[in-house]
Design a binder for this molecule. Structure first.
Ligand code: TMP
Length: 238
């Protein structure tokens, strides 16, 4: 399997076509941005950590009945995935108040929510990914009713699976972002993109130390170490 034309370059990944029209190669970068690209930097080793953490999570979720785009890891930073058309929604699940939810609703960071919160944002960098509700999704034809229902069911199930899995390695899942896609080959809705310290808030359960991209966003230091710590815990080396 080899890379052909680069289809897309995002802030943290590049996506390439391959010799098989139904497969892409995703290549993870060390580049880091925050606040929709307004803050830029680099986190040494991040590409490799996010690639491995994502693949580990995706394979675990597959075993639990969640279909994903994952096919095969090629190297530290590169993975073969099913070619998909991304549904233009960022799907956020929250268990504990933090980040933009704390700011918007005046909730102190760390407050446990009485029920998981699901949010949809329209994937539009030029608009800073605005939050949308089910009416906007329908009115703008961002996804079908059936897709929204399926995405909702998967997102809440993924939350349950990840919370339990991470609890076993001493990590509290505060919130995370998912993206879904429709496979080019079969038209199946699958989990796509990544599940990594870039896209989740992970707190050490004992100390509440942040082990995710908030260390970069908020200049908290020990950024590389935090990413490595997540990989080590998942691989059972902590
Ligand atoms: P937020 O509190 O800033 O809205 O972020 C909620 C979660 O979504 C958090 O785990 C980080 C993740 N996230 C992304 O993966 N990409 C983004 O562009 C943003 C804004 C958040």
């Amino acid at each position: 399997m080899e890379k052909r034309t680069m289809l897309y370059e995002g802030k943290a990944k590049r996506v390439y076509e391959t010799d098989d029209k139904n497969l892409y190669i995703v290549s993870y970068k060390d580049d880091a941005t925050a606040f929709n690209g307004k803050k830029k930097g680099s986190i040494l080793g991040k590409g490799a950590v996010n690639n491995k953490v994502t693949n580990h999570m995706m394979q675990m979720l597959t075993k639990q009945g969640i279909p994903t785009h994952f096919v095969e890891q090629l190297s530290d930073t590169d993975t073969v995935v099913k070619a998909v058309k991304i549904v233009p929604l960022e799907v956020i699940v929250r268990n504990i108040a933090a980040g933009s939810l704390s700011a918007r609703l005046g909730l102190e960071e760390g407050v446990h929510l009485a029920h998981p919160v699901l949010e949809f944002c329209y994937k539009r960098d030029d608009l800073d990914d605005p939050m949308v509700n089910l009416f906007h999704i329908k009115a703008l034809s961002l996804a079908t009713d059936e897709q929204v229902q399926q995405i909702t069911d998967y997102a809440l199930k993924i939350n349950e699976i990840l919370c339990a899995y991470l609890a076993d390695v001493g990590i509290t899942l505060v919130d995370f972002k998912l993206e879904f896609g429709v496979t080019k080959a079969e038209g199946q809705l699958v989990l796509a993109d990544e599940i990594s310290p870039d896209t989740c808030r992970f707190w050490d359960t004992k100390t509440n130390k942040k082990l995710d991209k908030d260390r970069f966003r908020r200049d908290l230091g020990d950024v590389e170490e935090a990413y490595q710590e997540i990989l080590n815990r998942l691989m059972g080396n902590a």
